[in-house]
Design a protein around this ligand. Sequence first.
Ligand code: PLP
Ligand code: COI
Length: 355
Amino acid sequence: MLNINITRTTTPKQKPNNPLIGIGKAFTDHMFLMKYSPDQGWHDPKIEPFHDLTLSPATTVFHYGQEMFEGMKAYRGKDDDIYLFRPEKNGERTNMTNKRLCMPEIPVEDFVQAVRTLVELDADWIPGEPGTSLYIRPFIIGTDPFIGLTPSETFLFCIIMAPSGPYYGKDEQAPVSIWVEEEYVRAVRGGMGFAKAGGNYAASMVAQANAKQAGYAQVLWLDGLERKYVEEVGAMNIFFKIGGKVVTPALTGSILPGITRDSVITLCRSWGLSVEERLVSIDELVDANRQGLLEEVFGTGTAAVISPVGKLGYREDVLVINDNKTGPLSQRIYETVTGIQCGALVDPYGWRVKI
Ligand code: PLP
Ligand code: COI
């Protein structure tokens, strides 16, 4: 259990008028900070007014990108109850990422306590309009002021939070167009694709920028070896409904094991649907689409929630899915996941954590 020292702001900020802003533009009044050193371990946990960080220009994170982050949300329910969704999973994934990046693990209960305490303090920042929530961004950076290429020995764990609306900046359920990327790859097996490391996102930016210019919301990554198998999208995992079956790429090591992905698989199986976690080639999708069997495509993620995909741009072609409309399965999953998250539906799996 952490003994968190809290310093409250004396100058609360003005909250954004429009909570339907994209993710992470305005930040709440407070932030969580905790340091790590080899002799003291994780120590000095505190919450302070949101402020800038001061770091030596030699700091590890600036040169070698020793950084990880998490993404989670706090939801405001109907009776103003506040919930987190499976926060212990973010704590577990933090530790998985940290091992890969030579960073010290954090006890999961301490991670969750830090998030809970900060959310409680800034609870009045959680918007209540449909499609809105408070986005929570925990992150850890290597802080040694040393330019030699060795893992940092000191670290800083921070949590910042931002009220947010739909990730794609419009109606959360409107289908998005995604570009199938063949030139660049995001991650390879043996790399850190399964970890939530900032470096993965740096590697993705050029393809993302090109896709945006061509009118696509994000890219669909193919595997780094053969550029044949579908992996995931820029900020979400991907699902297909092919001939009545739900199919999603297996976790081969280069894909982020999404918490929403795991929840969607559990829900679909509980509804009696067949869910296959396996290799899915882009050729299989093109064939299925040609035969009229590619019934639905949707992405899953904390920021993206359940995001139907209406078009897949691939080479010279555009695969149009379900007439570029939200399909019934995507709709059902969206309603169920968001219903559980904000307390409107029963939560048979105990995923919701009330604050
Ligand atoms: N894949 C990537 C690359 C992501 O950034 C995210 C977002 O966190 C996801 C998948 C979905 O993961 P989760 O459902 O845990 O948010
Ligand atoms: C999330 O969904 O939490 C993410 O981390 C995606 C991010 C790139 C906005």
